[in-house]
Design a protein around this ligand. Structure first.
Ligand SMILES: [Zn+2]
Ligand SMILES: [Zn+2]
Length: 271
């Protein structure tokens, strides 16, 4: 296990035009990362298979080839990891496995973008039901993902609050959902997986990361060690955004290092 002194925390959640919801060029992202003095990034383009996703947009062979081109061009200044943000890998295990079989992936984010019953939580209709029920439906999916999915780090654990707030709905968590969230965290710890501090809600104008400091503290108390930071950038200017807040939170919760991944094996960076 390598142990290196931190310069600027690695950004392990970044989207490019290989995702269905970004048109960022990978090279532009690399240049932004170098300008901001990040020493390492992981591209994590979306691979989603749900009923509300455009079918077959993620092209892993082309994606990995573009990463190789960026490594050739920027590799002396920036470590570039080949990651993927896999949607509901516990449900779409075959499809997820087919993507990972295409080449050498360094890192897999596991994400719940759909609640139980594959209802898309990024759509306003989802929040037309009683809110308590909407949040429980999301966390039930997270519990299953945490227990069964093939991933390294579970992304934006309480993402549902970001979508809810986007539509002007209040989020009353994490307290009422503590049992489900803690069950998910227990599975993550037992299985040797990790979580991320996702700063996307912050740089989109909301007041909290996903998850919040309270959830991060629970994770730590339950023995959680594996932690990454992710801007969830969909444009180059958002790379590493609000990582000062993430650093403060990680230290406040008792973390002294961040995880990095190479061919899905863990390395550590001191913070
Ligand atoms: Zn996501
Ligand atoms: Zn993402």
């Amino acid at each position: 296990m390598a142990n290196e002194q931190l310069i600027c925390p690695p950004d392990y959640h970044i989207h490019t035009r290989f995702s269905c919801d970004s048109d960022a060029e990978m090279a532009a992202v690399c240049e932004a990362a170098i300008t901001r003095e990040l020493s390492e990034i992981a591209f994590t383009d979306h691979a989603d298979f749900g009923p509300a996703d455009p079918p077959g947009y993620f092209r892993p062979a082309e994606y990995l080839a573009e990463i190789e081109r960026c490594r050739a061009r920027y590799g002396d200044r920036l470590t570039i990891r080949a990651g993927v943000e896999m949607g509901e890998p516990h449900i779409f295990a075959q499809e997820a496995g087919d993507v990972l079989a295409v080449g050498d992936f360094d890192f897999v984010l596991g994400s719940a973008h759909y609640a139980e019953g594959l209802q898309p939580v990024w759509k306003q209709e989802y929040f037309e039901q009683p809110l308590r029920q909407a949040y429980e439906g999301y966390f039930r999916q997270v519990v299953r993902l945490a227990a069964e999915g093939d991933f390294d780090v579970l992304a934006h654990l309480d993402l549902v609050k970001r979508d809810a707030r986007k539509f002007g709905k209040a989020y009353d968590g994490p307290g009422p959902y503590a049992d489900m969230i803690r069950a998910a965290l227990c599975s993550i710890v037992e299985r040797g997986k990790g979580i991320e501090i996702n700063t996307s809600a912050l740089h989109r104008g909301q007041l909290e990361t996903c998850p919040s400091l309270q959830v991060l503290r629970w994770y730590r108390e339950l023995g959680g060690e594996i932690l990454t930071f992710g801007s969830d950038a969909h444009t180059p200017d958002a790379i590493g955004a609000c990582f000062d807040v993430a650093l403060e939170m990680a230290r406040a919760a008792g973390f002294e290092r961040l995880a990095r991944f190479e061919k899905r094996r863990i390395h550590w960076t001191t913070i």
